[in-house]
Ligand binder design. Structure first.
Ligand code: FMN
Length: 214
């Protein structure tokens, strides 16, 4: 029985290698960055586990922090508590005609990033680096997520009984959206849009992001 199991696993592994699939641990940073898209619809049948959220926060532990103050704290939210957060967040403000997430595609897990200190400009720098580190860790685990800045602060504080300021909510789950990046000039619209079921995210081309030397 055990031999059969191992043999089967090895066969699956060989088949995957033959098709050019890399094991998750060998995914290049470039691939993780490209796959790290903001998802606004999730597979509701996939329940995010506590250990997956903890692993994401472990990535934040490794992030740099101004003066090494490490002012951020993280509240893990799953299950019934997650359902209570749904009415307090706003997804897809750039597509007001759509109801996002669509019914039945709600995320069932969140990480709420909070501040243990008075805010200053470095707090938000720390926050951005920590958030991206956590999202990349999620993608490496085969999950997806999205940063959510649009939420009802007071209601969220009350719902989660937080004694510190929530700065950013990160939804986590198995994303079900088809998302494509498009390259644009800096002068073009950066608004994301949807066409025939595909979510398009315009990104300003590299050459226009780099300032000229002269
Ligand atoms: C700090 C921050 C706050 C954001 N807040 C929201 C939000 O409240 N609602 C939302 O739908 N998307 C939010 N987003 C996701 C952005 O809309 C998304 O990053 C952008 O459209 C680019 O798509 P991409 O992440 O797939 O590259 C936020 C992103 C960041 C970095």
């Amino acid at each position: 029985m055990a031999d059969n199991y191992l043999g089967k696993k090895m066969e699956e592994h060989m088949a995957r290698s033959a098709q050019g699939h890399k094991p998750r641990t060998q995914q290049s940073l470039g691939r993780l960055l490209r796959r790290n898209r903001s998802h606004r619809a999730y597979d509701a049948s996939f329940v995010v586990r506590d250990d997956q959220l903890r692993r994401m926060v472990a990535a934040a532990v490794l992030a740099p922090s101004a003066m090494n103050r490490q002012p951020l704290r993280y509240r893990l939210v799953r299950g019934e508590e997650a359902a209570k957060l749904l009415p307090l967040i706003r997804l897809g403000g750039g597509l007001p005609e759509l109801k996002l997430p669509p019914a039945g595609c709600e995320p069932n897990a969140f990480i709420v990033c909070c501040s243990a200190t008075e805010p200053d400009k470095y707090l938000y720098m720390d926050l951005g680096i920590a958030a991206q580190s956590m999202l990349l860790q999620a993608v490496e685990m085969g999950l997806n997520g999205i940063c959510i800045g649009a939420f009802d602060h007071a209601a969220l504080r009350e719902t989660l009984n937080l004694d510190m300021e929530p700065l950013l909510v990160i939804a986590v789950g198995r994303g079900v959206e088809h998302i494509e990046l498009t390259e644009i000039a800096a002068s073009e619209s950066r608004a994301y849009y949807r066409r025939e079921g595909v979510h398009y995210v315009p990104k300003v081309r590299l050459d226009e992001l780099i300032l000229k030397n002269e």
